[in-house]
Write a protein that binds this ligand. Structure first.
Ligand SMILES: [Zn+2]
Ligand SMILES: [Zn+2]
Length: 78
């Protein structure tokens, strides 16, 4: 019985881990789809760009909503 419960807990943990991995895989720059996002555009607040793409001329507009970017802030994802 305890073995059975232990196995069930393991599979739940596995599922959570794989969901977490899927979530992290989505947390990529909307422009290059390669680097992790770390720049938030203001004033719209979208956290959708990596550092390299945020300095690109195309980053004058938010990659997500096309709002004019007035400022950028470096964000850290713990
Ligand atoms: Zn990028
Ligand atoms: Zn935006």
């Amino acid at each position: 019985m305890f073995v059975f419960l232990g196995r069930r807990a393991d599979s739940v943990k596995e599922k959570l881990l794989s969901e977490n991995r899927a979530l992290k895989a989505q947390w990529k720059c909307l422009r290059c789809h390669r680097n992790d996002v770390c720049i938030a555009f203001l004033p719209c607040g979208h956290l959708v760009s990596c550092e390299a793409c945020s300095t690109d001329p195309s980053a004058r507009k938010c990659f997500s909503c096309d709002a004019a970017v007035k400022a950028r802030i470096k964000a850290f994802i713990a």
